[in-house]
Ligand binder design. Structure first.
Ligand SMILES: Nc1ncnc2c1ncn2[C@@H]1O[C@H](COP(=O)(O)OP(=O)(O)OP(=O)(O)O)[C@@H](O)[C@H]1O
Ligand SMILES: [Mg+2]
Length: 246
């Protein structure tokens, strides 16, 4: 336990130009009669274009934290700012607009839409934002190597092809930040490598920041920074240096 994690000290130590800044996030859930704290006093910042990996044991709070950072879920306390805008201060419409414009998601719960083809799924974020862009969609389809499958439905694709479609969809609108929860979790090694390389290549093209939850040490090695979660908290005893190969 540290005693100096007050809001003031964190504001003083966080860089002012962070793209995403979460301050003193807390989340509890009620299970039966019990209130369980599952996210405890978490402070996190992500810089523009930065690749941050979140690791930690099963149940340590990684997916919950990612949901809070992406404003898919609300904290009990604390705030999340994206490019200076406090997300919790926005109404649903304003938040939806920011999600469409500035955020990409590769979540296992964010399935591809089953009645849309590969091309239509990838185009979807642009279409709902009323910014259709065929050239951009074609560029992404090519980048993920799915030209021969562009008219296939998700249930006609392999797991790796579905993940590649999801990655293309997450990046099509050139979001400021992409959140991914175990994007390579269900894939064999070859497909996992391919999906991750793709995410990194696309990030380089679009300059998006990446926040990726993973158990994969190979992925952690590629990150600019690794954050380890332990029991709902950020474990400061680990830092990225131990993952670096120098
Ligand atoms: N809605 C909920 N109700 C009750 N408990 C919850 C709820 N959501 C999450 N939890 C609990 O909070 C803790 C953190 O869950 P979370 O899904 O964030 O873990 P995780 O680090 O992503 O784990 P994994 O690596 O297995 O995906 C777990 O103990 C989980 O059981
Ligand atoms: Mg999880």
């Amino acid at each position: 336990m540290t005693s100096n994690n007050s809001i003031t000290s964190n504001l003083a130590t966080s860089p002012n130009n962070a793209l995403l800044r979460a301050t003193q996030l807390n989340k509890t859930v009620t299970v039966g009669e019990q209130k369980l704290a599952i996210i405890k006093d978490v402070d996190i910042h992500v810089d523009a274009g930065e690749f941050v990996v979140i690791m930690g044991k099963s149940g340590s709070g990684k997916s919950t934290l990612l949901g809070l950072l992406a404003a898919l879920d609300y904290p009990d306390n604390g705030s999340v700012e994206l490019a200076g805008t406090t997300l919790s201060s926005l109404d649903e419409d304003a938040l939806a607009a920011i999600r469409q414009r500035d955020m990409g998601f590769v979540f296992q719960s964010f399935h591809l839409l089953p009645t849309l083809t590969v091309a239509e799924n990838i185009a979807f974020p642009l279409d709902i934002a009323r910014r259709p862009d065929k050239a951009r969609v074609n560029e992404l389809i090519a980048a993920v190597g799915l030209e021969p499958r562009r008219n296939s439905l998700p249930n006609q694709l392999s797991g790796g092809e579905q993940q590649r479609t999801a990655v293309a969809r997450a990046l099509v609108s050139r979001p400021k930040i992409v959140f991914a929860d175990e994007p390579t979790g269900n894939l064999d090694e070859q497909n996992a490598d391919q999906v991750m390389q793709l995410l990194l290549d696309l990030r380089q093209q679009t300059g998006s920041a990446l926040v990726v939850v993973t158990h994969d040490p190979a992925l952690a090695e590629m990150a600019d920074r690794v954050i380890t979660m332990h029991d709902g908290m950020i474990d400061d005893s680990h830092d990225d240096k131990q993952f670096a190969h120098g």
